[in-house]
Write a protein that binds this ligand. Structure first.
Ligand code: 5GP
Ligand code: MG
Ligand code: MG
Length: 201
């Protein structure tokens, strides 16, 4: 992949080993995911739930593409995290507020995720949501799914890209809260890993 047209904040120079997915490729895949969702949900108005923070850029582009398909929806946001640094902790923290779940009750729900890695996050989240909001249906749309050696504990119905097992950043995906602010998806370099996030003000 040719990274010469990619832009990113100047302070990230040298922090990426290689380009994994370009913004053009993302755009195409997002469009095709929206077409699939529109085929499956035509005639109903799913609640599309952004799993913050990582999924946010994908979520915004997916909603745009759904509008192009004339697919109606409503929007909700939840916050969940299981990663610290580069390893899945298996320890899923859920900032689920009952008032945020109100809008999901008995609706057709689509959870929008940035990436499914081990599936631990979803395998915790989904049973809780099912119990609390009794959705008419519940599906997951994830931009990325990692090809890992063991079976994922939970799979997304709609997947943009299946990727090899590298730690990646960009387009919402962070490393210690850095690198969310790029348009493309990158494999992080050693220099990127070694960076002290507190060096920026
Ligand atoms: P899982 O619970 O499926 O193992 O991991 C899900 C969460 O871990 C994702 O929503 C994402 O926040 C984080 N994650 C997993 N793999 C990566 C990765 O390669 N890069 C980054 N930045 N985050 C990841
Ligand atoms: Mg996520
Ligand atoms: Mg993260």
């Amino acid at each position: 992949l040719d990274a010469s047209n990619c832009v990113y904040p100047t302070e990230y120079e040298g922090h990426f080993d290689s380009l994994m997915i370009s913004k053009e490729e993302i755009k195409e895949v997002v469009r095709s995911l929206a077409v699939q969702i529109n085929e499956d949900y035509r005639g109903c108005r799913p609640v599309i739930v952004c799993v913050l923070k990582g999924a946010n850029p994908f979520y915004q582009h997916l909603l745009d593409a759904l509008q192009d398909c004339r697919q109606g929806y409503s929007m909700e946001f939840i916050r969940v995290s299981s990663y610290e640094g580069m390893g899945s902790t298996g320890n899923v923290k859920m900032g689920l507020l009952d008032k945020d779940l109100e809008g999901l009750k008995e609706k057709h729900v689509i959870l929008v995720e940035d990436i499914v890695d081990t599936g631990t996050t979803l395998s915790h989240l989904i049973p809780i949501l099912k119990e609390k909001v009794n959705p008419a249906s519940l599906e997951v749309c994830s931009l990325l799914s990692k090809r890992i050696k063991v079976p994922q504990k939970c799979k997304a119905k709609y997947v943009g890209f299946s990727i090899p097992d590298h730690f990646i950043v960009g387009y919402g995906l962070d490393y210690n809260e850095l690198y969310r602010d790029t348009q493309d998806i990158w494999v992080i370099s050693q220099k990127g890993i070694d960076l002290d996030p507190s060096s920026f003000k």
